[in-house]
Design a protein around this ligand. Structure first.
Ligand code: AMP
Length: 218
């Protein structure tokens, strides 16, 4: 079965890390709207500068811009490839737009994973998070350290801290999540697609929880 998943969950709960690993083990494609937006922001265009400012504040980028990026990626993938939408949808409007888009493309979601961890854990994870400036692989200074300090294991590029992982922005990202994205948990529950993943433990345990649900879906 071709897996088509949505990943919900607060920033720092481990969506990206779990998505990267599941994609590797199951041959799926990770579509992270955060990564796509950061790529766009790095281009230095007028749109890029606007995106950079919004993301640095912890607010959400407008629905139309985000959905256009996702539409482009899904069209590129075609019908035969499974994917994980990591950090999308994040608003009720996006969830509706995704539903319309999937219908248009003749595709169906298999599940929506709600990746959950407490605020305390989230803050510890985000403050220690580092990511590769080139390939985006995610590390944590204590929990998932690179083999060589400051360097990516996979491609050797420099590891950086995201601007929006600074404590004051983290607080506002969590608030935005609770207000705008948390209601989607109910939305997907209503569609019979919701799977809750406890991601409060060590990465190996969290992966075991996620893999178990994936096996049930396959
Ligand atoms: P992430 O890498 O998923 O933590 O996303 C980083 C930032 O990108 C978020 O704080 C938002 O500003 C923006 N962003 C990512 N995905 C979305 C989305 N689906 N809708 C709106 N903004 C998004």
């Amino acid at each position: 079965m071709i897996l088509r998943l949505v990943f919900l969950g607060p920033p720092g709960a481990g969506k990206g890390t779990i998505a990267q690993r599941l994609c590797t083990s199951h041959g799926l494609v990770q579509i992270s709207t955060g990564d796509l937006l950061r790529e766009e922001a790095a281009k230095g265009t007028e749109l890029g500068e606007k995106l950079k400012a919004i993301m640095a504040s912890g607010e959400y980028v407008d629905d139309t811009t985000v959905v256009e990026l996702v539409e482009g990626k899904l069209k590129e993938l075609g019908k035969e490839k499974g994917f994980i939408l990591d950090g999308f949808p994040r608003t009720s409007a996006q969830a509706q737009m995704l539903e319309d888009l999937l219908k248009k493309l003749g595709l169906k979601l298999n599940a929506a994973f709600d990746i959950e961890a407490s605020d305390e854990i989230i803050i510890e994870r985000l403050s220690g998070r580092r990511s590769c400036s080139k390939c985006g692989k995610i590390y944590h200074l204590k929990n998932i350290p690179p083999k060589e300090e400051g360097k990516c294991d996979k491609c050797g590029a420099e590891l950086v801290q995201r601007k929006d992982d600074q404590p004051d922005v983290v607080k506002s990202r969590l608030e935005t999540y609770r207000q705008k994205t948390a209601p989607l948990v109910e939305y997907y529950e209503g569609q019979g697609l919701l799977k809750i993943i406890d991601a409060s433990g060590k990465i190996e345990d969290n992966m075991e929880n996620a893999e178990k649900i994936v096996k049930e879906l396959e």
